[in-house]
Design a protein. Structure first.
Lengths: 350, 350
């Protein structure tokens, strides 16, 4: 059963992460009145009291999600918390507690875990979240971090992935593509270091990008900003896998197609410059890079005046019709490229 | 930092699991009113509504907590849920939701994960718990399962680890030592199989023990029984690491010493018989074996008539005085052996 050599068995790659989750969980029936929303959004929603409770969990694996050759443990601790808080904010909720489970091989000294926890504690302090539990265990290889975040919101404030309506505007916070390019810079410096350990890397010009990769911030401020502006998004998701993949989620769950405009995608000047250096299209970094942890949401057109001109928010497109495809409209042309989650290669080929 | 060869760094083994958790989390200050109880019990307690919310998480690692050579994936899925629900019951609460995160290497086919989820889903059904979220990701080696369980209880019903009083009775549900011996049987058969794969193991006489190891049940029924009997324990914990270790937790947190009596420790006849076969003291299996997932709790002496004679519950000892040591009173003698969490060797030496 465990060996993948028998031809009748299905390889995990075949389904992909989202396909696999769907496949494994689509038969689940909810049994408790307190379960408002189960699998399929940024977080589950539970009805445990006056406020609704949202809860989400994420696992980070050494060698898959991070490389300790260039990721300081303190940053890793901080980022692990951000990844989870970002999911809570994507529900338009406020995180209040986290639980942290860690599996670690004995090659790590206590001091290494102290650094990791230092980052976790700083994140908790900055975001006013309590670390209330967890588990620490041995691993046979490497470091695995699993964090669960809990938050609350009033029932009427919670924003799901499925609420977009026809001709809603699609809005993104901050700018995109930076975290992906930061990773490229770190990986390149690591290769240089392996060849010649005496070379001191000069990363000053990549500060912004490396910061986006190593120390992302969950957009607590955007959730507050939307409250202040009295804008309730019709749907929302955080950008962990790349703009393209997240739009497909919003589209699939609402049933509406999306159209986004290449020239509207917010890119930091250093993203454009560094993408050029790496001979990548910066828009590709935004679409497929991921890990930017910005918020992507739809709003009703009548809310446009409230967000217009806000430097933190950019309208990048809009929903179209029910069951329509999702398109990127190319700059300076009438051409449209279909968005796809595995779109890296197909898009590069255009 | 990561390499443990520098002599000034502290090896993880030096602190042990509980020492490590204490060390990493003792400086944490609670920032939210909704955090009733943070780290240090079977579960955290949150004040999110009319009912209190309890939340707990546990991680199981291939090669550390289970060996897929003799643990069927369906049983593993079931047990992973039990481990977490047991912590919720140990708070005298009722579990309602779980989140499941899995890291898995590509050597596992989809069918293997289907089996694992089959066990998870059966557990959810049997215990009326909803699977509401999780994360599925790649691992560089092996299978890692991290589960978070959420439950609720009325504030006045929640039972902590620290509530024991002077001369309370110490009560345990079911019987002990079976899960540990089941593991010994499975490991022995696996060795035999490696030498001669054609030998069909006859495990019939070990059914009970192997069942205790592979398919433990969280003691939902005991929580209900205590409600029916109108007994509220003064403190409670579940037995995951062995009776000895759990008593030390109750003692440390309440400040009282405990005395338990060797002849009172409930042992199934097959535990006694199989321990003899393996030349182990069956009491040692109960004290240090772990994974029995029974509930261990203290009650006030006035509640004794309510539980007296109940076949599910055994009084095995009592609390003594503040700051007293914890002792096992040996059968048929006046000798007392101090209980210790790493007590396996020291006790065997008696």
């Amino acid at each position: 059963m465990l060996d993948d050599k028998q031809p009748q068995l299905t390889s995990l790659d075949k389904l992909g992460e989202f396909g696999l989750i769907d496949h494994l969980t689509n038969s689940i029936e909810i049994q408790n009145d307190t379960t408002e929303k189960g699998i399929g959004d940024d977080a589950a929603v539970l009805n445990l009291g006056e406020l609704e409770t949202v809860v989400t969990t994420d696992m980070l694996v050494e060698g898959v999600h991070f490389n300790l050759a260039y990721v300081p443990l303190k940053h890793l601790g901080y980022k692990s918390v951000m990844v989870n808080l970002s999911d809570v904010y994507a529900m338009n909720a406020v995180p209040s507690q986290i639980l942290v489970s860690i599996a670690v091989s004995s090659r790590f000294p206590v001091e290494a875990l102290e650094e990791l926890y230092e980052g976790i504690k700083i994140a908790c302090k900055n975001y006013k979240v309590d670390l209330v539990g967890g588990d620490t265990t041995s691993s046979t290889s490497g470091l695995i971090i699993s964090i669960t975040a809990i938050g609350t919101a009033k029932k009427q404030e919670i924003v799901y992935r499925d609420g977009a309506n026809e001709n809603d505007l699609l809005v993104v916070s901050g700018d995109l593509g930076g975290a992906y390019l930061g990773l490229q810079v770190l990986e390149r410096e690591n290769e240089v270091f392996k060849v010649n350990p005496n070379v001191q890397p000069d990363l000053a010009q990549y500060d912004y990008l490396v910061g986006r990769q190593l120390k992302p911030e969950a957009r607590k401020d955007i959730v507050q900003l939307l409250k202040d502006l009295e804008v309730k998004p019709t749907s929302m998701i955080d950008i962990s896998d790349g703009l393209s993949s997240e739009i497909l989620h919003l589209s699939k769950q609402s049933g509406y197609g999306f159209k986004i405009y290449e020239e509207k995608i917010p890119l930091d000047p250093s993203v454009i410059k560094t993408a050029e250096e790496f001979s990548i299209n910066p828009v590709t970094c935004a679409l497929n890079g991921g890990e930017d942890y910005e918020l992507l949401f739809t709003i009703s057109q009548e809310d446009y005046p409230k967000i217009k001109g806000n430097p933190n928010l950019t309208v990048i497109g809009h929903t179209t019709e029910q069951n329509a495809e999702n398109y990127l409209m190319l700059q300076g042309s009438e051409s449209a490229v279909p968005l796809s989650a595995q779109g890296w290669n197909s898009f590069e080929g255009e």
